[in-house]
Design a binder for this molecule. Structure first.
Ligand code: ZN
Length: 109
């Protein structure tokens, strides 16, 4: 997906859920930025929280850090925060299943 399209979709979600930034100081941590939505439902709270973080990821890492798991029978999505952008699976379980399947496939041929 093109950066412009991702940026527009994330910006639209930020507007839709009324994401508001605020500074907080959790125990043992310095002040840092959190976000919350404008509504009283869980969906609106999540809508106000997640898209601003996605925007920071796009700004810091680029739009290609969002992906869909390549494991067979898995359609989960992930955010790739690896140093070299090499993530292909949503979880350690899918990584292990895919590696096992590839190993078995090589042994059969
Ligand atoms: Zn998966």
């Amino acid at each position: 997906m093109a950066l412009q399209s991702i940026a527009e979709q994330v910006a639209a979600m930020i507007r839709k859920y009324g994401a508001q930034p605020y500074l907080t100081e959790d125990v043992g941590q310095p002040f840092h930025l959190h976000f919350h939505g404008s509504g009283g439902t869980e969906v609106k709270a999540m809508g106000g929280n997640s898209p601003p973080h996605w925007r920071l990821i796009v700004d810091g890492h680029g739009p290609d850090r969002f992906g869909q798991c390549e494991a067979h029978h898995c359609d989960a999505v992930y955010i790739d925060l690896t140093r070299n952008g090499s993530r292909r699976y949503c979880s350690a379980a899918c990584t292990a299943r895919a590696k096992t399947a590839a190993y078995r496939s090589r042994r059969r041929s």
